[in-house]
Design a binder for this molecule. Structure first.
Ligand code: SAH
Length: 346
């Protein structure tokens, strides 16, 4: 697909024409990754963060948030729950938290790999190469780090580098790949200042980076952040601003599927947050093949507030599991078994 075609779809409003895109992305999904929907148990292990991302509620200056860090025993209990529920993967996610020390995380990963059959995905931010190596050696299989937007100026404005070791996330993703991780990235859709042209570039980058996993969700304003409160207003022509609408997220998911036919693409929690009734299903019907039931203990879950009104805040792991299985069966799909790694076709 050319950049021009991608732009055409991003601007398309006609429901009949858009049905063609949905039909195409769903067919590509079925042909390349099948009808199985893989479940990845998500554990939000710490909400401490040293960064000042202008969009994220976990940002270090947000003092209205009580901070927590789970113990290794608590994380292990969640991993065992993931296995008991038949999930193939546990995803450990956090703010960028130096308190999650290299050796502690490595021991935790090793223990999960030793005592379960789970694939382990990490999403712990921009850590030092030595940390990433140690975790890979301990057995971690995958790493997620969204590049958020391909617009360099916008990215630098909303994700200040603070002298970070990684000037942007692209070199980080390349390093992860060279270490043998399966690599996941992705974007938010509808960030203030995000243009149609830059989102078309995002889609081309999904292809170029040959991503194993692609996570796409709507940008949701958080009142305790500069972008969400309106104190930061990136300037952009109104006709160029991409809306953070549900429809726009489906378009980007569908285009991601078309350009990366064999990637694992989740129907994200952020999407379910803006349409709790049907967002999960529509994501799965327009290109996605993964969902991530939340296993974070309830007492911590409301503190992992990257954006407000996150869905599934009060459901136990069991309720999340039941709800998602019902939704998957409701659209005639089946729950995947095994780790659900990417099976490369190209
Ligand atoms: N610290 C890790 C994990 C961050 S949370 C990291 O930086 O990679 C995972 C994702 O949540 C982020 O990559 C971002 O795309 C998304 N996110 C953060 N704030 C958000 C917001 N206000 N609206 C929607 N998604 C958001």
């Amino acid at each position: 697909m050319t950049r021009q075609e991608i732009l055409g779809w991003l601007r398309e409003e006609d429901p009949g024409r858009l049905d063609e895109l949905w039909t195409r992305s769903d067919a590509v999904r079925r042909e390349h990754v099948g009808d199985a929907v893989h479940l990845r148990g998500l554990v939000e292990i710490s909400n401490h963060c040293v960064r000042r991302c202008a969009y994220c509620g976990l940002r270090q200056p947000n003092q209205s948030l009580a901070r927590y860090r789970m113990t290794a025993e608590e994380v292990m209990a969640c991993a065992r729950e993931a296995e008991t529920r038949g999930y193939g993967t546990v995803v450990l996610q956090s703010g960028e938290d130096p308190g999650l020390n290299r050796f502690w995380v490595a021991d935790l990963v090793a223990q999960i790999k030793r005592t379960t059959k789970l694939a382990v995905t990490l999403s712990l931010g921009e850590r030092a190469k030595g940390d990433l190596w140690a975790w890979r050696e301990a057995g971690a299989d995958r790493y997620l780090a969204r590049f958020e937007t391909s617009d360099k100026d916008l990215y630098e404005a909303i994700h200040p580098s603070q002298g970070s070791r990684w000037p942007s996330r692209i070199p980080l993703l390349e390093a992860l790949r060279s270490m043998g991780y399966e690599v996941g990235s992705g974007t938010m859709v509808g960030i203030p200042g995000q243009t149609y042209g830059s989102v078309a570039d995002d889609v081309l980058i999904f292809k170029e980076l040959d991503l194993d996993m692609i996570g796409i969700g709507p940008y949701i304003p958080h009142w305790a952040t500069p972008l969400g409160s309106g104190t930061m207003r990136p300037r952009v022509d109104r006709s160029e601003q991409v809306p953070n609408s549900e429809l726009m997220v489906y378009k980007v998911i569908a285009l991601a599927r078309v350009v990366r036919p064999d990637a694992n693409i989740p129907s994200t929690t952020a999407l379910a947050t803006i349409n709790p009734a049907a967002g999960r299903e529509l994501g799965l019907r327009r290109g996605a093949n993964v969902v991530m039931p939340n296993l974070t203990p309830l007492k911590y879950r409301k503190m992992y507030e990257i954006y407000p009104n996150k869905t599934c805040m009060t459901e136990t792991g069991q309720q999340c599991d039941m709800c998602l299985r019902t939704r998957i069966a409701g659209i005639g799909r089946e729950v995947g078994t095994g780790p659900g790694s990417r099976r490369k076709v190209s």
